[in-house]
Design a protein around this ligand. Structure first.
Ligand code: WTA
Length: 655
């Protein structure tokens, strides 16, 4: 592929200090993790994770830290016992922190709830007692289909407390998607709400559950939180209101210790086939790594920080960094129910200002949306409480990184670009804010105790300054343990390409001359144009570096001459004028200049919206369908399926 110095190519190097942005001195001096953290982990990797595990309360210590005798089936902290919920809640109350706020919850319509650790303990115990009354036992699966409300967290922790396995399905999924997950996980109970608020209006959830339950058997109870007050049908003998069942429960419940490898949750994620994969996480190792990474990557100070992961609890980011990581570290968190533009585009910044948020963690796609809305929106708020920013979910292009750094972080906040996956459970590649000189666009270094490498197609480790595939070569505590009910698929998907000891992440990566790792997107998104491998991300990044472009999505469309041709979809910034063919020409030239002629898009389309999944990922598959004049595939996971009609209508029929 064409070698590019990403920063230089984008003309951004003049904005970067030599070697990267150094950690702020005050932060480095008091940082939770310092250079010695890397040294300790390098000297004794497993011992390092044992130290991390000792940050938790164990009812019974482990006998063996790691059992890797039967790869790729790992066991961490073998023989140890703990209760995950008690580690997240009870131990803080017992230590005298009951009056500390666990969550400042903010509903989209403007209603708020403040929940202290003592109140959280009461609510979790009540919910646990309610689940027990519904017959839920240790090991049973409980489906959770709820909006971003505190009851979602009460239910997750209640499951953990009684040893039930939660399976959260994002509230935006269709009845069909919900039904297939319920069937696959064989869930006995569903916890839902009448509805939730999104973009200023209540939207129904319970009707979706009713429809889903016509397509799957085995669910015997549905517990319904009253959120919006919408009219819903209640099926006699199956459905029960939260207010009727949970509110009358006792706040007393004695947490039982479970085995370190006891299943904690299943989270479905899409794979290359139509059937989603149920990623299984277990207790001790998962909590160890999410807790430790949350503490070290975000430099979390429980007494002074106000922490905000602006993501949905229905995704792994929410599980690990809204719920388990922050609570295990006794963080005070913000949790916001709605969308960033409701009721106005400054909503997030208003929240930061009002609650004095110190750490903000979000996704590049959202950052680029804010860029599109303009600098003056955040400029209207006092963001001086912020001291650290995070990014997750996709590569962050240097342009967006610098915008985030300047316009949100006031030029003073380090940005941690965290690479990880549903499967990895917690952070795997990220800078450490008190140590790393930050290079915009690169996730930089494996977290201490993590072994990540860039290899060629045969699995040979590549020298610095080359491009290949990302692999993880040692087991880690919060790794997935299997795909629910399908050990073979687990082995095939992740552990067969390079043997049973090497985890194939599915991401392309480049290691630069300084040893920084740059994630280049999924390898299935790598295009092959005239024999050159070009990452869609690289072309997108070049397009976004043009002053008129807010967001870009690039796909490789089949081309009779070149194998694939590059097709780009771009959204213009609010203040940019669509100058038609002239602008398209200019953009094409810009990409030629940034990366080289081989990366010049065959076609560039200016669009109003891009098709995104509800977790904010661009659905390139659909764009490829458009670019190749195919009938559209499944659009059920889109936030807004009308987007595709708009895009298709722009396309000249010749393609
Ligand atoms: C991508 C989200 C570049 C990557 C936690 C990975 C990233 C997939 C980054 C997992 C990052 C996540 N830089 N790419 N900082 N973080 N990704 O399972 O392609 O929803 O394989 O987990 O997102 O997505 P998932």
């Amino acid at each position: 592929m064409s070698e590019t110095q990403t920063n230089d190519a984008q003309g951004l190097s003049s904005q970067l200090p030599e070697g990267g942005f150094p950690p702020p001195e005050a932060l480095a001096a008091a940082a939770n993790a310092g250079p010695d953290t890397y040294e300790r982990a390098a000297a004794d990797r497993v011992g390092f994770w044992e130290d991390a595990a000792r940050r938790l309360d164990w009812d019974q210590p482990w006998e063996q830290a790691l059992d890797w005798s039967n790869p790729p089936f790992a066991k961490w902290f073998v023989g140890g016992k703990l209760n995950v919920a008690a580690n997240c809640v009870d131990r803080h109350v017992d230590a005298g922190h009951g009056s500390q706020v666990a969550y400042h919850w903010i509903g989209e319509p403007g209603d708020t709830r403040t929940i202290t650790y003592a109140q959280l303990k009461d609510e979790v115990c009540k919910t646990a007692n309610a689940l027990i009354e519904l017959g839920v036992q240790s090991g049973d699966r409980v489906a959770i289909y709820l909006p971003m409300i505190p009851e979602t967290i009460f239910t997750m922790l209640a499951c953990a407390r009684i040893g039930a396995v939660h399976m959260v399905v994002f509230g935006g999924f269709s009845p069909d998607a919900l039904a297939s997950r319920i069937t696959d996980a064989d869930a006995k109970v569903v916890v839902t709400a009448d509805g939730g608020y999104r973009r200023g209006a209540p939207s129904g959830l319970k009707p979706n559950v009713d429809e889903a339950l016509t397509k799957t058997d085995g669910v015997r109870s549905v517990l319904v939180v009253n959120r919006t007050g919408q009219d819903v049908e209640m099926t006699e003998g199956r459905d029960v209101w939260w207010s009727d069942l949970v509110e009358r429960q006792s706040t007393e419940h004695t947490a039982e210790a479970f085995d370190a490898e006891h299943p904690l949750y299943i989270m479905y994620t899409s794979g290359t086939t139509a059937k989603p994969k149920g990623i299984l996480h277990t207790s001790g190792g998962y909590l160890t790594q999410v807790s430790y990474t949350h503490w070290a990557t975000f430099d979390l100070k429980p007494d002074t920080d106000v922490y905000w992961t602006a993501a949905d609890v229905g995704w792994v980011t929410g599980h690990s960094y809204i719920v388990y990581g922050p609570l295990s570290n006794r963080a005070t968190s913000v949790m916001y129910e709605g969308t960033p533009e409701t009721p106005h585009r400054g909503r997030w910044w208003e929240i930061v200002q009002e609650y004095g948020v110190t750490i903000l963690y979000t996704a590049p796609t959202t950052i680029r949306t804010f860029m599109k809305w303009g600098d003056d929106v955040p400029a209207g708020f006092d963001l001086s409480s912020l001291r650290l920013l995070g990014s997750v979910g996709e590569p962050i292009n240097p342009e967006a990184w610098l915008w985030y750094h300047k316009n949100i972080g006031g030029g003073r906040c380090p940005i941690v670009d965290t690479w990880w996956q549903t499967e990895t459970g917690g952070h795997m590649i990220t800078p450490l804010p008190g140590v790393t000189k930050l290079v915009p666009g690169s996730a930089q270094h494996p977290f201490p105790g993590i072994s990540a490498k860039v290899v060629d197609d045969e699995g040979n480790e590549l020298a610095d300054d080359s491009t290949g595939l990302l692999v993880l070569t040692e087991p880690w505590p919060s790794m997935l343990r299997t795909i629910w009910g399908d050990d073979d698929r687990y082995v095939d998907t992740y552990w067969s390409r390079f043997g049973k000891n090497v985890y194939f992440a599915g991401d392309g990566a480049k290691k630069d001359a300084d040893g920084n790792i740059w994630l280049l997107g999924r390898v299935d998104d790598v295009m092959n144009v005239s024999g050159h491998r070009i990452s869609t991300t690289e072309v997108e990044s070049a397009l976004v570096s043009h002053p008129t472009v807010a967001e870009a999505a690039v796909v490789g469309a089949t081309d009779p001459t070149t194998g694939q041709g590059i097709v780009a979809f771009v959204i213009l910034r609010g203040d940019a004028v669509d100058r038609g063919e002239e602008l398209v020409k200019e953009l094409r030239l810009h990409v030629r200049k940034e990366i080289g002629p081989i990366a010049s898009p065959r076609q560039i389309m200016v669009v109003q919206e891009l098709p995104k999944t509800r977790s904010g990922k661009i659905m390139r598959r659909l764009l490829r369908d458009v670019a190749e004049n195919r009938e559209l595939g499944d659009v059920t996971t889109l936030t807004d399926s009308s987007v595709m009609e708009l895009i298709s209508s722009k396309l000249p029929s010749s393609g």
